[in-house]
Design a protein around this ligand. Structure first.
Ligand SMILES: [Zn+2]
Length: 87
């Protein structure tokens, strides 16, 4: 029997992404956190997911559009505005 307020490992796995993105309700955040504190398996999974996420975020921060690309986009937008809709 699983108490109603406890989540199974499978339910935790399904929520880990949202937990990492903090998109769960406060209640669910707490349930996941409590589960992670007592379940080595889910803790490992969570640590792995978080490393992946940190990795992606770090890469995204490092990748910046080159200055010339940004100015080309800006002038393309300005040109499109000047020309306006075809009439
Ligand atoms: Zn678990």
């Amino acid at each position: 029997m699983t108490p109603a307020n406890r989540l199974t490992c499978e339910e935790i796995f399904r929520r880990l992404d949202d937990y990492l993105d903090r998109e769960l309700s406060a209640d669910e955040m707490r349930l996941v956190k409590e589960h992670l504190e007592t379940c080595a398996q889910c803790t490992r999974e969570h640590a792995f997911d978080r490393r992946m996420l940190d990795d992606v975020r770090e890469k995204l921060q490092r990748i910046e559009a080159p200055a010339d690309l940004r100015s080309r986009i800006a002038s393309a937008i300005a040109k499109a505005k000047l020309e306006g809709p075809a009439s």
